[in-house]
Write a protein that binds this ligand. Structure first.
Ligand code: NAI
Ligand SMILES: CC/C=C\CC(=O)/C=C/C=C\C=C\C=C\[C@@H](O)[C@@H](O)C/C=C\CCC(=O)O
Length: 250
């Protein structure tokens, strides 16, 4: 799979908000069909609005908790059944909840691994496909105010690199990449402020020190689209920062 996404079938998790919503819009605008997965009650109105703008037959409303492996598998299958193929998967849903770190690991890391295996099962062996996993700069440089979150994102990066080699060695024509944004202006960051404020003062200071200018979700969606459409990108880790823009890291 390379080049144009027009006519292809994509699946995006965390599609109701922030980076997932911006990516779904970008994919629809480029002529792809999108299976939109999210746990949020906002997903219905989001899909209705996207359907009005881009055609209701191009978007599938798939309410699902990505931490439930069986439910996630069903939503992947439903996307292929509705649209006839599965070519692009963006494993993007995530939470920022250190107090519930067990749940965080399931949503942020387990769902990326199970989403990748689902994609491998459903993508065409001939045509192949592309997977993009949303990590974070915290997966490259772990942050003291979110140790479990950082671990989940490091896990995504390690999984993506290892799976790239695994797929290549087995001759499977699926590319797999990861995106690592710094702070983005989404509900996740807006809600994190009050949680961080309840942490010990030195941790608040560390969080404040690492916070830079927030980027727009649309900018991150552009990075995800680059990883989808540029056939030379496989096993790529794309860091996105407000001051430096896009940087591919080893
Ligand atoms: N906002 C930021 O500064 C950054 C965010 N990220 C990552 O980007 C991804 C998207 O986050 P944002 O757009 O920022 O946040 P967001 O909060 O706007 O969007 C996350 C979406 O995931 C959904 N979600 C959460 N738990 C779910 C579950 N169990 N099942 C299905 N859907 C679920 C939410 O309902 C929401 O719609 C996450 O993986 C996050 O860790 C990475 C780097 C920076
Ligand atoms: C710093 C970006 C690192 C990682 C990005 C990421 O993957 C997820 C980030 C999630 C939450 C980040 C929250 C950052 C908050 C900062 O703005 C701190 O300055 C908040 C500190 C105190 C709160 C102050 C207030 O709300 O009044």
């Amino acid at each position: 799979m390379s080049g144009r996404v027009s006519g292809l079938v994509a699946l995006v998790t965390g599609a109701a908000s922030g980076i997932g919503l911006a990516t779904s819009r970008h994919l629809l605008k480029s002529g792809a069909k999108v299976g939109a997965i999210d746990i949020s009650t906002n997903l219905k109105s989001t899909c209705d609005a996207l359907g009005k703008e881009f055609g209701s037959s191009n978007i599938a409303y798939l309410p699902c908790d990505v931490s439930d492996d069986d439910a996630l598998k069903s939503a992947f299958k439903e996307t292929k059944e509705q649209f006839g193929s599965l070519d692009i998967v963006v494993n993007n849903a995530g939470i920022f909840d250190e107090d519930n770190w067990g749940k965080l690991l399931k949503v942020n890391l387990q769902s990326v691994i199970s989403g990748t295996y689902n994609a491998m099962e459903l993508m065409s062996p001939d045509k192949g496909g592309v997977i993009v996993n949303t990590a974070s700069v915290s997966g490259l440089s772990p942050l003291p105010f979110c140790p479990a979150y950082s671990a989940s994102k490091s896990g995504i990066i390690a999984f993506t690199k290892a799976m790239k080699n695994n797929l290549e060695l087995r001759g499977i024509k699926i590319r797999i990449n990861s995106i690592c944004p710094a702070g983005v202006e989404t509900a996740m960051v807006m809600n994190a402020g009050k949680v961080i404020m309840s942490m010990p003062q030195p941790i608040i200071a560390a969080a404040t020190a690492s916070a830079g200018e927030l980027m727009k979700p649309e900018f991150i969606a552009e990075g995800i689209m680059e990883l989808i459409t540029d056939a030379s990108r496989n096993g790529a880790i794309l860091m996105i920062e407000p001051d430096k823009g896009f940087t591919y890291v080893e």
